[in-house]
Design a protein around this ligand. Sequence first.
Ligand code: C2E
Ligand code: CA
Ligand code: CA
Ligand code: CA
Length: 275
Amino acid sequence: AKMEGRGTYRFFEATMGAEVRDRRLIEHDLRHAISRRELSLVYQPQQDIKTGKTTGFEALLRWQHATRGAISPNVFIPIAEESGAILQIGEWVLQTACREAVSWNSDLAVAVNVSAVQLHTANFASLLHEILFQTGMPAQRLELEITETALVRDFDRALATLRQLKALGVRIAMDDFGTGYSSLSNLRAFPFDKIKIDGTFIKSVDVNEQAATIVRAVLGLGRGLGLPVLAEGVETASELDFLSAESCDEVQGYLLGVPADIGQFRHLTHETAAG
Ligand code: C2E
Ligand code: CA
Ligand code: CA
Ligand code: CA
């Protein structure tokens, strides 16, 4: 038993060691990712459920590491948040998304994920103002996706920042709705323009009565508050049918479009003047 215990301990020690080394490597390499041009944005369409028309795109960050290949944002974003690198990366994301969106021959919106760490810097609204000005991006075309964890950290500061952002003319969506722990009070307290229901509630919503109940409740909440609701992670036609029957406003997911280089969506971003 003693041997076993020691072996187990060593096993954990070894894996934790590898994890820490991995983290340090990622943390170190992230600092050079921008200058090495390893970062890029892919875009995923968001669609009006009634008309089937694309309303905009969510920009999603990709990191193609020189030797390790693609590293998921689920892995490197939390590390970037802890190390502070997210400030530089987040600025690059905003700048790149705005610059690229301006080059589209259309007025489609672009939604950008903003981390809690960015939101809580003293000058976030003025930084964004500067980026809009520099790129010539109309504020109304930009939507910021913010999760609840970004808000609960410092309520007063978050509220002040969101109000400044709204004054600039950008829209604000609550991301991953339902996964936080104080969604309802946050929805009332902050000036949101849209609710994004987290993909975990959409998965099997057509067959899972519990998920269906939650989604119906969120849709009712949106109607009551006058906020459009977007369902993310829509993968099947019957999930879409359910959302359509329940009068969800917008949808996003693999069924409607996998995140890809914006060139893949040329037919949407380069509409003729007539269409
Ligand atoms: P998120 O903001 O909730 O983004 C949705 C994620 O779900 C994306 O993963 C997207 O590719 C994926 N997805 C889209 N449709 C489907 C679907 O039908 N089924 C499933 N299973 N998944 C779908 P991705 O691109 O790997 O990003 C993961 C997370 O990383 C994002 O979650 C977001 O929290 C973060 N992230 C990505 N880009 C940025 C960024 O530029 N800045 C910040 N701060 N965070 C980012
Ligand atoms: Ca998002
Ligand atoms: Ca989300
Ligand atoms: Ca998420």
